[in-house]
Design a protein around this ligand. Structure first.
Ligand code: GLA
Length: 672
């Protein structure tokens, strides 16, 4: 598809703007304060369906007309949403069959949001009707610079187990298996436990049953559920595109914790602009690493191009057990860290803190306390910071290291009845990502079958499921001179969750030069000593060398003397196997060695620990973001031709001061 570009000057800044929550007298103040804060783009209409279409096919555009006109008059662009994440009550009264049914057969009610059956024809028809009406009315409106399709597809409930969904699932399966029921039976291994299907109509969604479900059935269901929502997103996007062929479209992803319903590798190519929502977890003492990981993943989904941070929070959210406020300077560090990872827009949920409704205790750009507040002052300051960074727009990343990320592998390794329930995909990825973050190494994320020619080092911390093409791609990367490091329990099964026979780690035995005949997962809290120091947790297996050499072996336990970490010369490259999860220091030291062998350097040498350094590359200059997480500040050596952009200060002394808990952004001419 031809990709349309978002036309907002500099870095976009704003948030979800829900004026329908307020009397119209407040709107003029909104415009004044948005101008004061430097807001240049807001997302409107996200949850306004009930007010916009009071009865089927009857529209009241008066409110939205006024809002868009006011925004335009104040030089603020609109990212205009289709409100299809929140169907009105009248719709469900007319179409109760469009309400979803959960795995246990419990029908859900309306009265909240994001509660509908993705396969419901009535829902699809209603969603496309309102999208078409919006497209036709506002295609030429000068405020509208982007379509915001729906909101966070997959949030809350992405699956529906009703009979309509069952029929849609069967038709998706017929497509996948070329209408060949025997192929499905083979792929799902239905000879096991008498699950053989003789008729397509016998196949159901994986509803609650008395015992463990069939893994391939569950995995195909997850693929189907992601595709079903994607087809809704594409249908809305097409309707909008017909009405306004030049306006780009986005939908907001949430790639990290809150839900993992969608295979975003399949979604991202369908959008003009990739955007993401990110929220801090109150329980994470190092949220800055989560932000970095999320940003690197989103930039990678966007094919390396800049992306938008569509939502994050100025302070506390309202959906965790305890919702912590941000510490001094954290709002600025968070926002600029997203810019450092490639965001060309920073937006919040939401503009004005709600007085009523389910999210009345969620922070906003304009808090309940009003403008005499720390949050408001920080919001105004951030607007000014982002204006200073306008020239950063369009610049990209510089990674020579890639981490393999795959939703099929994530879904599969977290299915029931695995060797260990403690293996959690995101935790493993983060364990490997953390030492790279601490060392200031730039990272991209890739699919197993990606073009890897730009990388020196490829890490696959957790790739339980891999198809033949993905496995061959990674092996040939090592064979042609790359450095590959693979984590335990990878390559174990194929795309149908069938175990790869002949020893573990299945698909990677040859490239890694090892063959394990039995798995010995460790109990929660159990540690296995390593003869080179440190311990392994979570996993061990009886690795036998088949070409590789042992780098580290178990010093105790049932596998005493068995290799835990191996290194294999393969072709002109190298392949490492980590058959356990080393403790953080040991893993850090190991990955530093792997990285040095691969010739991967940090973004900037000599940066003190706890100061994050990230580089964006423009055509004429590099932009180095330095974010202090130590609270101490730092002095960092840079080129003598560099300029610090937030303060506009030239740095002829060849050094920049990063304020305690603060940020510096340095422009270095290329080649300096
Ligand atoms: C999600 C939604 C928003 C809002 C925020 C609150 O990201 O998209 O509408 O509910 O969460 O954190």
């Amino acid at each position: 598809m031809t990709r349309r570009v978002l036309d907002v000057p500099g870095i976009a800044y704003g948030g979800d703007y829900n004026p329908e929550q307020w009397p119209q007298e407040v709107w003029a103040e909104d415009m004044r304060l948005m101008t004061e804060a430097g807001v240049n783009m807001v997302s409107v209409n996200i949850f306004s369906w009930a007010l916009l279409e009071p009865a089927e096919g009857e529209y009241d555009f008066s409110r939205l007309d006024r809002v868009l006109d006011m925004l335009y008059a104040h030089g603020i662009a609109a990212d205009l949403a289709t409100p299809t994440a929140a169907p009105p009550a009248w719709f469900f009264r007319a179409h109760p069959e469009a309400l979803p049914v959960d795995r246990d057969g419990r029908g859900l009610s309306y009265g909240s949001r994001q509660t509908f059956c993705p396969s419901s024809p009535a829902y699809r028809e209603a969603a496309l009707r309102v999208a078409r009406a919006l497209g036709e009315r506002y295609a030429g409106h000068p405020a509208v610079v982007m379509w915001h399709v729906h909101n966070e597809y997959g949030c809350h409930n992405a699956e529906c187990f009703c009979d309509t969904s069952a029929a849609a699932f069967r038709s998706w399966l017929r497509d996948r298996y070329g209408d060949d029921l025997a192929a499905l039976n083979h792929a799902w291994g239905t000879a096991f436990w008498s699950q053989w299907y003789y008729d397509w109509d016998e196949i159901l969604p994986p509803r609650a049953t008395g015992a463990v479900p069939n893994p391939a059935h569950r995995l195909d269901w997850r693929r189907f559920s992601s595709d079903e929502l994607l087809s809704l997103c594409k249908a809305e996007r097409e309707v909008l595109e017909q009405a306004a062929p030049s306006v780009p479209a986005t939908t907001n992803f949430m790639v990290m914790h809150n839900f993992d319903a969608l295979d975003y590798w399949r979604w991202a190519p369908e959008l003009d602009v990739v955007s993401n929502d990110h929220y801090l977890r109150s329980t994470d003492p190092e949220s800055e690493i989560d932000i970095a990981l999320s940003g690197d993943l989103v930039r990678s989904l966007a094919g390396g191009r800049p992306w938008l941070l569509m939502e994050h929070s100025t302070g506390a959210v309202n959906w965790q057990q305890v919702n912590r406020a941000k510490t001094p300077g954290e709002l600025r560090r968070n926002a600029l860290a997203h810019v450092a990872r490639g965001a060309d827009g920073i937006a919040y949920f939401q503009w004005r803190a709600a007085k009523a409704g389910a999210e009345q205790w969620h922070s906003a750009m304009l808090p309940h306390a009003g403008t005499d507040s720390v949050i408001w002052r920080d919001v105004v300051q951030l607007g000014s910071d982002l204006r200073s960074l306008a020239e950063v727009r369009g610049s990209t990343g510089t990674a020579e290291t890639a981490i393999v990320w795959d939703w099929d592998a994530k879904w599969a390794v977290e299915l029931p009845s695995q060797p260990s329930e403690s293996v959690r995909y995101l935790e493993l990825i983060r364990s490997w990502y953390e030492p790279l973050w601490r060392a200031g190494v730039a990272v991209d994320f890739v699919r197993p079958d990606a073009d890897l020619s730009a990388y020196r080092l490829v890490l696959a911390p957790s790739l339980y499921l891999v198809d033949d093409a993905g496995a061959a791609n990674l092996a040939s990367f090592a064979e042609r001179g790359g450095t590959l490091a693979v984590g335990f329990h990878s390559g174990a099964v194929d795309e149908n969750c069938h175990v790869r026979l002949g020893g573990y780690p299945g698909a990677f035995r040859d490239v890694l030069g090892v063959r394990s005949d039995e798995l010995f997962p460790l109990l929660p809290g159990e540690r296995a000593g390593l003869d080179t120091g440190g311990t392994g947790s979570l996993w061990s297996e009886r690795v036998r060398l088949a070409g590789a050499r042992a780098v580290s072996s178990y010093a105790d336990g049932p596998l005493k003397g068995v290799p835990a970490v191996t290194r294999h010369d393969y072709g002109t490259g190298t392949a490492w196997y980590l058959a356990t999860l080393p403790d953080p220091d040991t893993l850090g030291a190991l990955l530093a060695r792997v990285r040095e062998e691969a010739g991967v350097r940090p973004v900037l040498e000599g940066v003190p620990s706890g100061v994050e350094a990230v580089r964006r590359r423009g055509p004429a200059a590099d932009f180095v973001f330095l974010v202090d997480h130590t609270g101490q500040g730092a002095e960092v050596a840079v080129s003598a031709e560099a300029v610090e952009l937030l303060t506009g200060t030239p740095l002829p002394g060849g050094s920049v001061s990063v304020p305690p808990g603060g940020v510096a952004v340095v422009r270095e001419p290329r080649g300096a």
